[in-house]
Design a protein around this ligand. Structure first.
Ligand code: GDP
Length: 328
């Protein structure tokens, strides 16, 4: 494959080149990985920056509906919009949250939109890397907005917030005590909480829920990257296209403030460091999982269990062996 040619097409906003490039970063083959790395490195100085928006919420809260209607809204503002997903469940089931494209019927047909389902990788680390690299490719391909969707379970919010400039939490109208259901750690990641389904019979409940969350957000520790009034909670209706304009204005205000105050660049820099360290950790873990070290670990583990060797001295043996193999 001619990587230089692929790069040129990608920068020229060729959608098929973008799809091919993403397929390349998703591939598990070593030669593909080398080409993917070459491509990504060649793009790293690209001046065009997209606004990367992470979006999390439990199944049924309205993520697809929101992405469809917010995506169409953004296209109406002249933006090009890419949609990616981090789906921890696809690792297990082989399915994917964006796989069913009928959920975003209008957006799928738009020339200015690009939708890519979550890669089906065996572990979240793999999904995270592929998605992060796909974000960089979409950015290089000139997309103005990259929406990264995830289901609100476990670790995936951390992964998505570490690759986005803004992180949105989508919630449903709920009775008062359900507020406890959102983990504090997830609340702390959110830049904006959008209480969806604020329409029809649910409108009053949504307004109440929104006030509850606004109160909960005020109790959180103040973060240096937030201007006055952020993080904030607001109501939207993805179905009725309500509140999208207001939400977008707030996102832009937050973006501008962070850019003017140096937080935008420092967030991206911190994210780059986070992923560097994460890759390093993953790489080391992969080394531990490879023969012959793996067999050596198993045999030392038996000795530790039998009380013939202390845990720390067994670990030291392995670490020394790794050091030797790294030098050799
Ligand atoms: P996801 O699982 O988070 O992607 O949720 P979906 O977008 O598939 O929506 C789940 C259900 O909620 C569907 O029946 C939607 O029609 C409904 N829904 C989504 N957004 C809204 C909204 O703004 N108002 C109302 N009333 N229903 C909505």
């Amino acid at each position: 494959m001619d990587i230089a040619a692929l790069r040129e097409k990608l920068i020229g906003q060729d959608r098929r080149a973008l799809a091919r490039a993403i397929t390349l970063v998703e591939s598990g083959r070593a030669d593909h990985r080398a080409m993917a790395t070459e491509l990504l490195d060649s793009l790293s100085g690209q001046p065009h920056k997209a606004l990367r928006i992470g979006l999390s919420g439990t199944p049924g809260v309205g993520k697809s509906t929101f992405i469809e209607s917010f995506g169409m809204f953004l296209i109406g503002q002249g933006k090009r919009v890419a949609v990616l997903a981090v789906d921890p469940s696809s690792a297990r089931s082989g399915g994917s949250i964006l796989g069913d494209k009928t959920r975003m019927e209008r957006l799928t047909r738009e020339r200015a939109a690009f939708i890519r389902p979550s890669p089906s990788q065996s572990h979240l680390g793999g999904v995270a890397r592929r998605t992060r690299e796909a974000v960089a490719l979409c950015e290089a391909a000139g997309f103005d907005i990259v929406l990264i969707e995830t289901v609100g379970v476990g670790q995936s919010e951390t992964v998505v917030s570490q690759m986005s400039d803004l992180f949105l939490l989508l919630l449903a109208p709920a009775g008062g005590d359900e507020l406890q259901g959102v983990k504090r750690g997830i609340m702390e990641m959110a830049d904006m909480i959008l209480v969806n389904k604020a329409d029809g019979d649910l409108k009053a409940t949504a307004t109440r829920t929104c006030a509850d969350y606004a109160g909960a957000l005020r109790l959180l520790r103040k973060r240096p990257q937030d201007p006055q009034g952020f993080p904030k909670a607001m109501t939207v209706s993805a179905l009725e296209h309500e509140g999208l304009q207001a939400a977008w204005e707030d996102m832009q205000a937050l973006k501008s403030w962070r850019q003017e105050n140096g937080h935008w660049n420092s967030r991206r820099a911190a994210q780059a460091q986070f992923w560097f360290e994460e890759e390093l950790r993953q790489g080391l873990l992969a080394q531990l999982d490879a023969a012959p070290i793996k067999a050596q670990i198993a045999s030392l583990a038996d000795k530790v269990a039998a009380g013939q060797l202390s845990p720390s001295s067994a670990a030291q043996d392995i670490l020394s062996a790794l050091k030797l193999s790294a030098r050799g």
